[in-house]
Ligand binder design. Structure first.
Ligand code: G3P
Length: 225
């Protein structure tokens, strides 16, 4: 399973990437609007930190077909050919996805709330679809049902489109999409930290140190010279 950071802060990514094996970054216009510096600076700073295996998904801000396609090409030119262009699922968006697919430009269809949106995105040629897990749950729908239906439909009909699940509010939702067999998730920094954090673990670590130092003359490391 690939795990990406949903954010745009290069320093935060650098710190998390030091200890969490991250597979890339996703941004969107709302994330960039909250970040420091211009949108372009944020995207380029993050892009410069990524290695060849790490992917970057950058969203167009335009909502009309022609502008979406032009904006996608400007992003590719400024960042790299390997970037995935995020395009919201809308009539203009799907038209842009089909057109970009024709030029071998990879797209990630985002803002997905339903199974059929995901199926239509796959038929349009999206490389990824990004279902919004928590936001689906907030609409009184059940994200686990939706995500299972998407995974099942892609398997049944042999779509190569991958699922990049987004919009999580807790690790339980992450486990839910893992159980469904989702290939990738993108997580906020808080949830990324929570993937390994457990209060009991911290207490266990403290107890190990305390037990050892109280028995062995205040040493908290072994084989010291
Ligand atoms: O990548 C999509 C994401 O940013 C939306 O997440 O937390 O605003 O629902 P959220």
């Amino acid at each position: 399973m690939r795990i990406l950071m949903d954010g745009s802060d290069a320093d935060v990514f650098r710190n998390l990437n030091d200890y969490l094996p991250l597979d890339g970054v996703t941004t969107n216009p709302s994330i960039l609007a909250k970040g420091k510096g211009t949108a372009e600076e944020q995207v380029l700073q993050i892009a410069n930190l990524l290695d060849k295996q790490q992917t970057l998904h950058v969203q167009v801000v335009s909502t009309k077909y022609e502008q979406m396609v032009e904006e996608a090409k400007r992003i590719i030119e400024a960042v790299s050919r390997n970037v995935f262009i995020k395009i919201p699922v809308s009539p203009d968006g799907l038209k842009a996805v089909r057109s970009l697919k024709g030029e071998s430009i990879n797209t990630t269809v985002t803002g997905v709330y339903t199974t059929m949106q995901a199926v239509m995105a796959a038929k349009a040629g999206a490389a990824y679809v990004a279902p919004y897990i928590n936001r689906i749950d907030l609409t009184h729908s059940d994200s686990e049902i939706v995500i299972n239906q998407i995974v099942q439909a892609y398997q049944t009909y042999g779509f190569s489109t991958k699922v990049l699940a987004a919009s999580f509010k807790n690790t339980r939702q992450v486990i839910g999409v893992m159980e469904a067999g989702v290939e990738e998730v993108t997580l906020s920094t808080d949830i990324l930290k929570n993937l390994i954090h457990h209060k009991e673990t911290e207490m266990s670590i403290e107890a190990f140190t305390e037990d050892f130092t109280s028995r062995f003359e205040n040493r908290n490391e072994m084989f010291l010279k």
